[in-house]
Ligand binder design. Structure first.
Ligand code: FAD
Ligand code: PYC
Length: 403
């Protein structure tokens, strides 16, 4: 039985799994859903199932702080995220859903000569590739953000990287938008459907096992963020991924006072204000490996203290929610994408603390990679075998949050 649109509004609830699909996508986060959408829309491949163990967008897609930017450090990164930003700018229209995409401008603060040097480096790489980034002085920061105490509790702002295209969006709407449009193209979305195994015969994928039975398929796309290592274990692939919790919290809603996005990697704090008036705040990764989404008082206290260094007037503001996601971290802070040594097994992982902004371009490039069985040119440098070839893509200097 397939329920009709008015009943389910965003996408249909399918009661049965088919015995075979042309492709199965594990993970109903933004990346899996975007891949499904572009597989159907760009390549006419719609006999596809997206299998999600929980609910759509319940992973890191619905837990992130929604910062979208393209001011990366490596040529591969800059070109990739620039294409993503272009897709973002039209995405509400593409998906016919208001994603609350808002262009705010993005400041990365420097409090030392060393961090100013890295920001200059980023600005030059960015300009070279036509990305709108420049190093600005403290007065420019103050003019854009009059409420900031530039002294920052004894670590004065010495300058900043200003990236005008920096934006935020509503993250759950991104999952729903891609899900709805994929569904309209004929893709099946199955929530509460955990994949428990992958069948590989003679070096190629033949199917998946799920808690609702087995499915035959020649192509499996693994887009499960913090769950990636356990799935790689099933198929005998090795990666250098480590899973660390990344926490965030929001304040009570308040009158609009913060237009730009402010990031200080040195102080381990970043913040933006949503259309609802809440401050969305985050800090660095938890410093230990942990496969869990529990959050801590230590994080809330530490982040609140650093927020007060930047904005002392917030001392009476209340924190209303706090949570964590599982960040799949690579040693070079770049993703792992594309084909693997197992025929028909494609990987979209290593999105750590930086993958929300990449959602549209991941969908586009993974869909093309799967449809043509050839890595899209924008993701060639992100392949899993770069670690054995020592061809890392050093993106740490642009990672935004401290690590
Ligand atoms: P997810 O959204 O995590 O989706 C993976 C899905 O796979 C999950 O829904 C999970 O339930 C499902 N799954 C797992 N195992 C199975 C299985 N066996 N069977 C079926 N389903 C399975 N990035 C930015 O660009 N900007 C930011 O400001 C930013 N802030 C962040 C703040 C926080 C607190 C966190 C945690 C992350 C942040 N990120 C940010 C990173 C970003 O959230 C992620 O990189 C991105 O959302 C990954 O999307 P995804 O679709 O790959 O993964
Ligand atoms: O990638 O810009 C980013 C980011 C900010 C906070 C977490 N990730």
């Amino acid at each position: 039985l397939v329920k009709s649109y008015p009943e389910s509004r965003m996408f249909r609830q399918r009661d049965r799994l088919r015995p075979t699909y042309d492709a199965v996508i594990i993970g109903g986060g933004g990346h899996g859903l975007a891949t499904a959408y572009y597989l159907a829309k760009d390549h006419g491949i719609n006999n596809v199932a997206v299998l999600e163990r929980g609910y759509l967008g319940g992973g890191n897609t619905g837990r992130n702080t929604t910062i979208i930017r393209s001011n990366y450090l490596t040529p591969a990164g800059v070109k990739f995220y620039d294409q993503s930003l272009r897709l973002w700018q039209a995405l509400s229209e593409t998906l016919d859903l208001n994603l609350f995409y808002t262009n705010r401008g993005h400041f990365t603060l420097a409090h030392t000569e060393a961090s100013l040097r890295t920001l200059r480096w980023r600005a030059e790489v960015n300009k070279h590739y036509g990305i709108d980034s420049e190093v600005v002085d403290p007065q420019t920061v103050q003019a854009a953000c009059p409420h900031m105490d530039l002294d920052c509790g004894g670590a004065p702002v010495m300058g900043a990287l200003y990236h005008a295209p920096g934006s935020i969006a509503r993250h759950d709407a991104v999952a729903w938008g891609y899900g709805r449009e994929a569904d309209r193209q004929g893709v099946e979305i199955h929530q509460q459907t955990e994949v428990t195994g992958i069948r590989v015969e003679g070096g190629r994928v033949t199917g998946v096992e799920t808690i609702r039975g087995a499915i035959a398929t020649p192509k499996v796309i693994c887009a499960v963020a913090g769950f990636t290592p356990r799935i790689l274990d099933w198929v005998g692939l090795r990666s250098p991924l480590k899973i660390h919790p990344l926490q965030a919290m929001v304040s009570e809603p308040m009158k609009a006072w913060l237009d730009p996005i402010i990031v200080s990697s040195s102080l381990h704090v970043y913040v933006s204000q949503t259309a609802r008036g809440e401050l969305v705040m985050g800090a660095s990764l938890d410093p230990y490996e942990l496969h869990s989404t529990r959050s801590t008082l230590d994080f809330a206290e530490g982040l609140a203290a650093r927020m007060l260094d930047l904005f002392p007037f917030l001392s009476q503001a209340k924190v209303v929610r706090q949570w964590a996601g599982m960040a799949d971290m690579t040693p070079d802070f770049a993703p792992i994408m594309g084909k693997t040594d197992i025929e028909g097994f494609y990987l979209d992982a290593g999105w750590g603390t930086w993958g929300f902004k990449a959602t549209p371009i991941c969908g586009k490039t993974m869909a093309e990679t799967v449809a043509r069985d050839r890595n899209h040119e924008l993701i060639r440098e992100f392949s899993l075998d770069r670690f054995s070839k020592y061809a890392l893509v050093g993106e740490k200097g642009a990672a935004s949050v401290g690590h």
